[in-house]
Design a protein around this ligand. Structure first.
Ligand code: 86U
Ligand code: MG
Length: 510
C-alpha cells in the first residue's frame, strides 16, 4: 500500500479523497461521474447505524415499507411549486428498450410524491393515526455542483420516514424524538458532536412547515455541515394530496392530517471521516469499527525454530479467542511476507482503533503490547486482564474521540456581538452565533457581506485563491446563549435595521 500522500492540514480535499479510497470505503464509479461504489467497510458502518436507528424507531411503532423508485409527472405536479426549484436535479427515464415511454417517469429524489397518494387511500379515520412508515433505500439527485464521496453524490443511501398525526402537537413531539435519534447516531456511534436546532425560513425545506436539524462542524476548514433533518410538514402535503380523517370531535367534519418526514443519509460517514481521520488515514470510533482490535504477531525472526514459532502462534490464537469471548471484534494478521511495520501502516490506514502486538518478549512477561489508533499511545496489558482491559480501553477510545471533537466544536462556536468580529472569526475556522432578525432577505445580505471580495484574490500571490465563501445560517440552536434582550437587541447585520429575534448559528458550510 502507499499511504496518504498529503497532509490533512495542507490539502484537506485531496486528503479526504485519498482516505476514503485507500481505506477501501469506496471506489469511484468511473463509468458515470457523481456515483460511488460502497465497499464492505462502508456497509459495515452503515449497517451498525441502520440497526441502531431501526431499533429506536421500532420502539416508536414505526413500520417498514418499500415504495417504487419511480414517480409520475402527475404526482410530481401535485407538489410542483416547491419541486420546481429542484427540477434540474430530477433524473428521468424516457425510453424502455428502443421504445419511447408514453409518459416519462422520474427517479425518486425523495418519496413524498410516490407515497402520499397511498397515504390518502390508507388513512381514513383518526384511528389510523398516528400512521408511521419508514423506508431504507437510495435516491437520485442529479447534482450540478462538484460531487464528493458520502458528502454530495448523485445517488445516496438513506432512510426516509413519513408519518401522519391528528394534531400539530403530536407531530411536533415526534419531530423532536427523531431528531434526538439522529443526534444519537452522531454522538453515540460516530463520536461526533452536533448542535440541535431549527432551520431558518430561508434554509428550511420549502415544502414543509418547519425543519429541525443536527449540525456538525469540520475543524479542518471550520465549516458547518447539515447532519440530518426532521421536518414537520404541517398540513401542506395533506392538502396537496388530500389526506384527511373524520374529525373525532365533530361528525362530518374532516381534518387534514399533520405530517412529518425525516431523513439521514450516508453523508454521516463522510462527516465521521473528516472529523476523526489523520495523516495516517481513517480513525474509526470503536462502536462502528468492523475490526476493533487487530492482533499482530511480532518478533518471529528467522532464527526461531519452527516449534518455537508454532508454540508462539498457538498463544496468539488463544489471545484471539480470549478477545472474541470478551465480545471484542478482533482479528489477527498472519499474512506471510509482510513486516510488522508494513502491517501496522495498513491497519492504521484502515482506521482500526486498537493494535495489539504479541512477540516472544511479551510472551515471556505474560503481557501484550498495545497501540491506540486515536492518540498513538502505547502500553502493555497483562494477558490475565485482557478480558476486562481491552473492552474498557475501546470504550475509553470512543469517549475520548467524542470529547476531543466536542471541545473543538465548542471552542470554534463563537458568540459574536460586534459585526466587525464576524469575518475574522470565520477566517479563524469558527462558526458564529449572532443575534439575528431571522428574515430571509437579511440572510442573503449577510451572505453577500461576508463573501471575500474578489480583489482580495487578485492581491494573493497565488491568483487562483478564490474569494472566501460567505456565511449561511446553519440553525437556530434550541440551546440559546444569554444576552439577547427581545425588543432591544438589534440584528447584527449592520445593513439591517430590525430587532434580533434569536441567536442564530452562521458559518461557511458544505
Ligand atoms: O429531507 C427530507 C427527509 C426525508 C424525506 N424528504 C424530506 C424533504 C426532501 C426535500 N427535497 C430535497 N431534494 C429534492 C430534490 C428533487 F429533485 C426534488 F424533486 C425534490 C426534493 C425535495 O423535496
Ligand atoms: Mg440538495
Amino acid at each position: 500500500i502507499i499511504g496518504i500522500t498529503v497532509k490533512k492540514s495542507e490539502n484537506f480535499s485531496q486528503w479526504y479523497q485519498e482516505v476514503v479510497l485507500k481505506a477501501e470505503l469506496i471506489e469511484y464509479y468511473t463509468e458515470i461521474s457523481g456515483f460511488f461504489i460502497m465497499r464492505p467497510a462502508t456497509m459495515y458502518i452503515w449497517n451498525v447505524i441502520r440497526k441502531w436507528f431501526q431499533e429506536h424507531i421500532d420502539e416508536l411503532g414505526v413500520e417498514e415499507t418499500n415504495f417504487p423508485m419511480f414517480l409520475s409527472q402527475k404526482s410530481l405536479e401535485k407538489e410542483k411549486e416547491h419541486v420546481e426549484g429542484f427540477a434540474p436535479e430530477l433524473a428521468w427515464v424516457t425510453k424502455a428498450g428502443d421504445k419511447d415511454l408514453e409518459v416519462p417517469v422520474a427517479v425518486r429524489p425523495t418519496s413524498e410524491a410516490v407515497m402520499y397518494p397511498y397515504y390518502a387511500k390508507w388513512i381514513r379515520s383518526h384511528r389510523d393515526l398516528p400512521f408511521r412508515l419508514n423506508q431504507w433505500n437510495s435516491v437520485v439527485r442529479w447534482e450540478a455542483k462538484q460531487t464528493t464521496p458520502f458528502l454530495r453524490a448523485r445517488e445516496f443511501m438513506w432512510q426516509e420516514g413519513h408519518t401522519a398525526h391528528l394534531t400539530e402537537q403530536a407531530a411536533g413531539e415526534e419531530v423532536l424524538q427523531i431528531l434526538e435519534f439522529y443526534a444519537g447516531v452522531y454522538e453515540q456511534l460516530l463520536a461526533v458532536p452536533v448542535v440541535r436546532g431549527r432551520k431558518t425560513e430561508a434554509e428550511k425545506f420549502a415544502g414543509g412547515y418547519y425543519t429541525t436539524t443536527v449540525e456538525g462542524y469540520i475543524p479542518s476548514n471550520g465549516r458547518g455541515i447539515q447532519g440530518a433533518t426532521s421536518h414537520c410538514l404541517g398540513q401542506n402535503f395533506s392538502k396537496m394530496f388530500d389526506i384527511t380523517v373524520e374529525d373525532p370531535a365533530e361528525k362530518g367534519k374532516h381534518i387534514h392530517v399533520w405530517q412529518n418526514s425525516w431523513g439521514l443519509s450516508t453523508r454521516v460517514i463522510g462527516v465521521m471521516v473528516m472529523i476523526h481521520g489523520d495523516d495516517k488515514g481513517l480513525v474509526l470510533p470503536p462502536r462502528i469499527a468492523k475490526i476493533q482490535s487487530i492482533l499482530i504477531p511480532v518478533g518471529l525472526t528467522a532464527k526461531m525454530s519452527a516449534e518455537e514459532k508454532d508454540a508462539h502462534m498457538k498463544k496468539v490464537d488463544e489471545l484471539l479467542a480470549t478477545l472474541k469471548k470478551a465480545g471484542v471484534r478482533a482479528d489477527v494478521d498472519t499474512r506471510e511476507g509482510y513486516t510488522p511495520a508494513w502491517k501496522f501502516n495498513d491497519w492504521e490506514l484502515k482506521g482500526v482503533p486498537l493494535r495489539i502486538e504479541f512477540g516472544p518478549k511479551d510472551a515471556a512477561k505474560d503481557v501484550v503490547s498495545y497501540a491506540r489508533r486515536d492518540t498513538g499511545e502505547k502500553g502493555t496489558i497483562p494477558i490475565a486482564e485482557l478480558t476486562t482491559k481491552v473492552p474498557e480501553l475501546l470504550e475509553t477510545i470512543q469517549q475520548d474521540m467524542y470529547n476531543k471533537a466536542e471541545v473543538s466544536f465548542r471552542e470554534h462556536r463563537l458568540k459574536i456581538e460586534k459585526w466587525d468580529d464576524v469575518v475574522p472569526a470565520l477566517d479563524a475556522k469558527n462558526v458564529v452565533l449572532i443575534p439575528h432578525c431571522l428574515v430571509p432577505e437579511c440572510e442573503d445580505k449577510i451572505k453577500e457581506l461576508t463573501t471575500g471580495r474578489s480583489d482580495e484574490a487578485a492581491e494573493g500571490p497565488e491568483s487562483q485563491k478564490a474569494p472566501s465563501m460567505g456565511m449561511k445560517s446553519l440553525c437556530i440552536p434550541f440551546e440559546q446563549p444569554e444576552g439577547l434582550v427581545k425588543g432591544e437587541t438589534k440584528c447584527l447585520n449592520p445593513e439591517c435595521s430590525r430587532l434580533a429575534e434569536q441567536w442564530c448559528m452562521f458559518g461557511r458550510s458544505y
